[in-house]
Design a protein around this ligand. Structure first.
Ligand SMILES: [Fe+2]
Length: 308
């Protein structure tokens, strides 16, 4: 039985040396780190990278505008993508055995935990690919803004690059070190599509894996050359907060049955894991519900600190 992230990591051979000192320093100081995996590195981790890319293309063909709506199905509009200008897919774990091992890549687990520093679980595994001449996003963060220095980092994103990424094909822009800023870009007058004076574009070859804090200021840029720029995003979150996709509800029973104990723990699909209450989840952006859950989550952190 696995009852903590530490136990899951022991089972999955994730340890203090999984990431290099440079990678850990970069995560801490800059809020991101890039791991340049080769296709062979993926093979060594049990992943057929070409098969992943092909399966993604097939799913894009099959789903089209219907792709990526699973976590916000109540807002689905016929003929519209959930994000205008980008193709999305969601619930990848359920849609192909080639995706099955992506969420337990040791470097992804170690990098996520280096920032979350708490028990964690998978929130979602999605695909995003900007369409030609589209895909520019406002500078934003992917989680609730921190209000004070002691507020924790509760969300980490790992982008797996299925294609070479260049400035012309829509590299993501980042502001290094901004994960430590309180609030969000719009509080500082930067919450739009305009360039930030300190932004950097992340160009990297196919196979690379970019791990970054959900609080890092970032934004997709437009795919000017029309080349494919597919990325799988694996999002880990502090275990006590919402899963973007309720895995208990969305993963099929056969898949869950075939998971090992560590995987069941990380997906939060063990019988003892409380089911996410959909009524609250759908209303998670309501001001009162936000305040209430923020209070409860902080209370849990305080309790944990007291007993440790
Ligand atoms: Fe984002």
């Amino acid at each position: 039985m696995i009852n903590s992230t530490k136990e899951a990591f022991n089972r999955l051979s994730v340890n203090f040396d999984t990431l290099s000192i440079n990678q850990k320093t970069s995560l801490e100081k800059d809020g991101f780190c890039l791991i340049e995996f080769s296709i062979k590195d993926w093979q060594d981790r049990g992943i057929n990278f070409n098969n992943v890319s092909k399966t993604v293309d097939k799913l894009i063909d099959d789903e089209g505008w219907k792709g990526g709506w699973e976590h916000i199905s109540e807002k689905m509009k016929k003929g519209f993508h959930p994000e205008p200008g980008a193709q999305r897919l969601n619930n990848l774990l359920n849609k192909g055995s080639c995706f099955r091992k992506l969420f337990i890549i040791p470097e992804i687990l170690a990098g996520s935990h280096a920032l979350i520093k708490n028990d964690m679980c998978l929130s979602s595994m999605i695909l995003r690919a900007p369409q030609p001449n589209s895909g520019r996003q406002n500078l934003h963060i992917d989680w609730v803004p921190r209000k004070k220095e002691t507020d924790p980092f509760r969300s980490v994103i790992c982008a797996i690059l299925l294609d070479d990424v260049t400035k012309e094909s829509g590299a993501t822009r980042f502001v290094p070190g901004s994960h430590k800023f309180l609030g969000e870009p719009k509080d500082y007058g930067f919450g739009d599509e305009n360039p930030h004076p300190n932004e950097r574009y992340l160009e990297a070859p196919r196979g690379s894996c970019l791990i970054y804090s959900g609080h890092l200021w970032h934004g997709g840029t437009e795919c000017k050359n029309g080349k494919k720029r597919r990325q799988i995003f694996i999002n880990y979150r502090d275990r006590k907060v919402w899963q973007s996709l309720n895995m208990k509800k969305f993963l099929n029973d056969k898949l869950i049955k075939n998971l090992n104990d560590a995987e069941k723990y990380l997906l939060k699909v063990r019988p003892e894991d409380p089911s996410q209450i959909e009524w609250f989840f759908k209303r998670r952006n309501n001001k009162l519900i936000k305040i209430m859950f923020d209070f409860l989550w902080n209370l849990e952190d305080i309790k944990k600190k007291k007993f440790n």
